[in-house]
Design a protein. Structure first.
Length: 178
């Protein structure tokens, strides 16, 4: 909850936080024995890269293409490799095996903001966010039940709960451009 709250603040003030992305561009050459894999690939469409090509790419340019679908055309294979706080891409010429790659790191604030939003974080993080959201709903309802049990000894309970509901609603209705 602490990290979620902090990243809520950093997202709300994103334009105030200076960040200089670090961009690294690399070129390499796919070995001749692997160029044949690219020539035998689909003429167009999406398909993952062969495992041997993926392994060579990681060694050559340090980017793990994973099993994401690559975009195949007659002349090149393009793989986008987004991640939290970063982006990368790899382009391979199908005839020559020339590799062009670029990796952009936007820093730790962007990394945590992307975790907050679930942007480019994968299936495990997707499910973790859902589980935590369900837990927050359970905490909210059990908290309301506890408030109901103790409210008769604390007369300010329900006015404060009402304000906690009314203030965001008023801001949404009257101060937000819908």
């Amino acid at each position: 909850m602490f990290v979620f709250a902090i990243t809520g603040i950093t997202l709300n003030h994103a334009s105030s936080i200076a960040a200089e992305p670090i961009v690294v561009t690399q070129s390499a050459q796919l070995p001749g024995s692997l160029i044949e894999y690219l020539r035998r690939g689909p003429e167009a469409g999406s398909a993952p890269l062969p495992a041997a090509v993926r392994a060579e790419l990681e060694d050559a340019v340090g980017i793990d293409a994973g099993t994401a679908a690559a975009e195949w055309s007659e002349t090149e294979v393009y793989v986008a490799v987004p991640g939290p706080g970063s982006d990368a891409w790899i382009s391979i010429d199908r005839a020559s095996g020339k590799i062009e790659a670029e990796r952009t790191d936007r820093g730790w604030v962007s990394f945590f903001n992307d975790l907050h939003k679930g942007r480019n974080t994968g299936t495990a993080w997707f499910w973790l966010i859902d589980i935590l959201a369900v837990a927050c709903v359970v905490f909210t309802f059990t908290g309301l039940l506890l408030l109901q049990l103790h409210a008769r000894h604390r007369p300010s309970t329900w006015p404060l709960v009402g304000l906690g509901t009314a203030i965001p609603l008023i801001i949404i209705l009257f101060f937000m451009h819908l």
